[in-house]
Design a protein around this ligand. Structure first.
Ligand SMILES: Nc1ncnc2c1ncn2[C@@H]1O[C@H](COP(=O)(O)OP(=O)(O)O)[C@@H](O)[C@H]1O
Ligand SMILES: [Mg+2]
Length: 229
């Protein structure tokens, strides 16, 4: 099986004409099967843009991105939608729906495949919430949970459908040190057990130790890759 993420010479610009601004410059990056890679670098260096390209949330302009076997350069919207369903996303501000319970939020990630009955979805969501330590809180709404608990729900939602890849953008940014570390360790442990690769963007130095490899980005380029440890 080839690597889940293979980027070759990926460049990307926002805007047109005189306003055109190149924000990614010939980026090469691989994430191997089961690998946990942290992408770090200053604000504005292009981390989120790169993650949204890999997640098929935005159209590629130049270079090649093979993600879970799908080439994204020139990919049709239907192919991008299909790929997104095989990826677990975790964002800075959890993106949970306020009017749904934790269990319903997690179960939503299983609705997309259209095969699982609602009962089965809620049962699997409950198991996943237990795995992130929230068995007692499954029927609460996001507003009744702490920031760390909400982000653990987001972890459960990202993993419940057994994605081939997890993409996380600043998942600890809104959390204090202790809950931030707890969330990423949980994410790492659950992903490791399933062999799910993770690409996690952060500029939080407190969580770098969960990575197999740290990749550093500056001004739209990857400037440095190092083994963690
Ligand atoms: N939608 C957008 N339109 C125009 N410029 C953008 C947009 N999103 C980001 N940028 C610019 O692209 C550059 C890279 O942004 P981003 O990928 O968000 O970096 P990071 O996640 O590393 O902070 C920044 O200069 C930012 O201002
Ligand atoms: Mg960002």
């Amino acid at each position: 099986m080839s690597a889940p993420v293979i980027l070759q010479e990926v460049s990307f610009a926002y805007g047109q004409g005189e306003l055109r601004r190149l924000v990614l410059r010939e980026v090469n990056l691989r994430v191997e099967a089961g690998e946990i890679v942290i992408l770090t670098g200053p604000s504005g260096s292009g981390k989120t843009t790169l993650l949204t390209l890999i997640g098929a949330l935005r159209a590629m302009q130049q270079g090649s991105a093979r993600v879970l076997g799908q080439e994204l350069l020139g990919a049709k919207e239907a192919a991008r939608v299909a790929l997104r369903r095989r990826i677990g996303f975790i964002f800075q501000n959890h993106n949970l729906l306020g009017y749904l319970t934790a269990r319903q939020n997690v179960a939503m990630a299983l609705e997309l495949d259209g095969r699982t009955s609602e009962r089965e979805r809620l049962a699997r969501a409950g198991e996943m919430l237990a795995a992130v330590g929230l068995a007692e809180h499954a029927d609460k709404r996001p507003a009744q949970l702490s920031g760390g608990q909400r982000q653990r729900v987001a972890v459960a939602r990202a993993l419940v459908a057994n994605p081939g890849l997890v993409l996380a953008d600043e998942p600890t940014a809104a959390l204090d040190r202790a809950s931030g570390q707890e969330v990423v360790r949980l994410l790492r442990d659950l992903a490791r057990r399933r062999g799910t690769p993770i690409l996690l963007v952060t500029h939080d130095p407190r969580i770098l130790d969960i990575a197999d490899r740290i990749v550093h980005m500056e001004d739209g380029r990857i400037v440095e890759a190092m083994a963690a440890g």
